[in-house]
Design a binder for this molecule. Structure first.
Ligand code: CO
Length: 217
């Protein structure tokens, strides 16, 4: 399968390039990973964490799933958050959605796609909570983009409500949770201005931001 062989070729080229630019690159990373950021983003292939924010291997801890969700019963996401906060002691958690998200669009439209419908039900909860706000937006594209933003804001609140964050903040650990939305059309990240350093702040930001007018894109 030549298309698979290509990946090994790419990998050897990449490793070689890293070594030529920085001979200690791999030996340094082997000893320690000390990222300051945890990225929680969508699995969408067009939204690669490191490249978008210009960080090298070792600089951002990453969790991705369809529609960048943080569900309170998702042991995968919760374990990532716990490891990032307790062990790596990241300073910032970035919840990053993107405009035109297929998962969010499917949720908005009630598309029937199979098993994933159950996962996207979480986005539909966000949609239903903001039904009036979304109904006031005339174009579907606008409704999808606004739901992308609302979904990020909800996930920021969800992160802030985890036992991991609450315990970290109670013990005085400094870690801030941010909500961003990435534009596929221009490669630019919009800050949704919901950055929080405690649960109450997250809820307050969420209420204010959710009440604001139309989508930022
Ligand atoms: Co997406």
């Amino acid at each position: 399968m030549p298309e698979i062989d290509k990946l090994f070729d790419n990998n050897r080229d990449w490793a070689e390039q890293q070594r030529s630019e920085d001979p200690d690159f791999f030996s340094r990373l082997l000893k320690l990973q000390a990222p300051e950021y945890l990225w929680i983003g969508c699995s969408d292939s067009r939204v690669p964490a490191n490249q978008i924010i210009g960080l090298a291997p070792g600089e951002v801890f990453v969790h991705r799933n369809v529609a960048n969700l943080v569900v309170h019963t998702d042991l995968n996401a919760l374990s990532v958050i716990q490891y990032a906060v307790h062990a790596l002691r990241v300073k910032h958690i970035l919840v990053v959605g993107h405009y035109g998200c297929g998962g969010v669009a499917a949720a908005l439209r009630n598309n029937r796609l199979g098993l994933i419908d159950n996962w996207l039900r979480n986005v539909q909860d966000v949609r239903d909570r903001h039904e009036d706000l979304l109904a006031a937006i005339p174009e579907e594209k606008g409704r999808i983009d606004r739901l992308c933003e609302l979904n990020v804001m909800q996930q920021v609140v969800n992160v802030c409500q985890t036992t991991v964050l609450r315990e970290a903040w109670d013990s005085g650990q400094k870690v801030q949770v941010h909500g961003w939305c990435y534009g596929l059309s221009d490669g630019i990240i919009r800050d949704l201005n919901v950055s929080s350093t405690c649960r109450e702040e997250a809820l307050e930001h969420f209420r204010a931001a959710a009440a604001r007018g139309c989508s930022q894109e």
